[in-house]
Ligand binder design. Structure first.
Ligand code: F6P
Length: 480
């Protein structure tokens, strides 16, 4: 692979992630259209400014991305496509990418860290799994080689997530001079669950991350689980060269408050008010339809609420936004179908001519999500397990009248928000129904007070600061 830069132009700060800050589609006339993404890394890299000499290395995810790489001569994408951010997109062979991303990252590592397997029948680590693992290694190697080529002497490299666990170790071998950080955006599995993985694979994943100078997590709980796995799999004393950090990504209050009052959000609010009907309370949830989000049990809890408390019938509407995610995987498609089926069952069991108990939307619309946040009386965030869950942090910042939060104790956000939320065991549908009732019944003054406290805790570490803290911690480590 040829470097896209001469030695003098190599980057001082590099970010590596599977999904980059821009994606492309090709229209019927063959024109390319770039679409920018958001999130903590985008805010962080813009905060360090154009002089910081940064580069984002990501993978081409679809045909549009591959065409963009081809037109860019295999190197850097046009600067304006990613808002001035320098991006190198890697055109990794489609089958290798699919085996690494769908096969290993999303069907194995995601399942392990979120503890999603139905263990009597799965996982099965067979020859097919080993073939996909070889692809995961090749895909990680492509990132490590690109980073090694693009990084200036002693540059800082921030590697993201479970897709790229092997990169720090591979990069360390290629470029021992670099300062390497790894950040996990997911939970980390406890040792007894992590050890479902074949022993050599478990060791390779841990050793890969331990190639970094610093491994960081969203909460202390996930960091402790990682170190416990290192001890269980690699033995005591396996961590000495790697510092462990915790950075609890918070909501971007300035951006959200401004964006939530733009005209398209007002339009969506008017449409939602029509769907809700006059004078009704709202229970709001907004998720990517991932198996870990627990949307079906959320609906069952809402159903239980309507059964146990008939006084809420006609007086509350559940706005449930379940946006598509990872639709290449059958198990995700089936889960989406289950969400739709249960929502329909509730509507046909309880609905009346003038009242639809569940308003379900499955088409991604950020403006509509913000409109729902503004209208929320209660936010329902009940994941089985979640690295952080930013929705729990965003709704209290945006809601117009203040909202109560029903929060799973298995979400990372629980560590920061627990004192002001209605905390539930995500598997306990009866407890969740009770929490919904209490949250809906909260007197307005107490609701306002809780919302203020939730918003303060939720915005304590805004995305730009979250990123800068990690960069600083990595630099401090090397200079100490
Ligand atoms: O939400 C957790 C997370 O791991 C994010 O860090 C990451 O951006 C995302 O999931 C990956 O999702 P996708 O498969 O859609 O790229």
């Amino acid at each position: 692979m040829a470097s896209t830069q001469g030695a003098a132009e190599r980057a001082q700060v590099l970010v590596a992630s599977n999904r980059g800050p821009v994606s492309y589609t090709v229209d019927d006339s063959g024109s390319l259209h770039a679409r920018r993404g958001g999130g903590g890394l985008v805010s962080g890299l813009s905060a360090i400014g154009p002089d910081a000499d940064s580069l984002w290395v990501c993978a081409a995810l679809g045909d549009g991305d591959r065409e963009a790489v081809r037109r860019a001569g295999g190197g850097l994408l046009p600067g304006e496509d990613a808002g001035g951010q320098r991006v190198r997109m890697l055109d990794i062979e489609a089958q290798v990418h699919s085996d690494a991303y769908n096969g290993i990252a999303n069907s194995v590592l995601w399942f392990v860290h979120h503890m999603l397997y139905q263990t009597p029948l799965e996982p099965v680590f067979d020859a097919g799994f080993r073939r996909q693992w070889a692809a995961y290694e090749a895909y990680n190697r492509a990132f490590a080689e690109a980073l090694a080529e693009e990084a200036a002497e002693q540059a800082a490299v921030l590697v993201q997530d479970y897709h790229l666990c092997l990169v720090p170790g591979m990069l360390r071998e290629l470029r021992p001079d670099l300062r390497i950080g790894h950040f996990s955006h997911t939970p980390w599995a406890p040792p007894e669950y992590f050890r479902l993985l074949p022993d050599d694979i478990a060791a390779a994943l841990l050793n890969g991350i331990l190639g970094a100078d610093r491994a960081a997590f969203l909460t202390r709980r996930w960091a402790d689980a990682f170190t416990a796995c290192c001890t269980a799999v690699l033995g005591p004393g396996s961590l000495p060269g790697t510092a462990i950090g915790v950075h609890g990504l918070g909501a971007d209050a300035d951006f959200l408050r401004k964006r939530a009052h733009e005209p398209d959000v007002d339009e969506r609010m008017a449409a939602l008010r029509e769907e809700i009907g006059e004078g009704r309370r709202t229970v709001v949830r907004v998720d990517r339809t991932e198996l870990s989000k627990n949307i079906v049990r959320g609906l069952l809890a809402y159903r239980q609420l309507l059964e146990e408390h008939p006084e809420w019938r006609e007086r509350v509407v559940h706005l449930a936004f379940a946006y598509p995610s990872r639709q290449d995987l059958a198990v995700y498609r089936d889960y989406t179908a289950a969400v739709e089926r249960v929502a329909e069952e509730i509507n046909s069991a309880f609905g009346t001519a003038g009242w639809t108990p569940v308003v379900l939307h499955v088409k991604d619309d950020f403006a509509r999500s913000l409109a729902a946040y503004r209208l929320a009386d209660v936010a329902l965030v009940n994941p089985i397990r979640d690295g952080m869950n930013l929705v729990a942090k965003e709704v209290p910042v945006v809601s117009d009248q203040g909202c109560a939060l029903v929060l799973s104790r298995e979400a990372g956000a629980y560590e920061e928000l627990r004192a002001h939320a209605f905390v539930v065991n995500p598997y306990d549908v009866l407890e969740t129904a009770r929490a919904l009732h209490e949250a809906l019944s909260l007197p307005p003054e107490e609701r306002a007070d809780r919302t203020k406290r939730l918003a303060a805790a939720a915005t304590a570490l805004p995305p730009a600061q979250w990123f800068l803290d990690q960069l600083q911690a990595l630099r401090d480590l090397q200079s100490s």
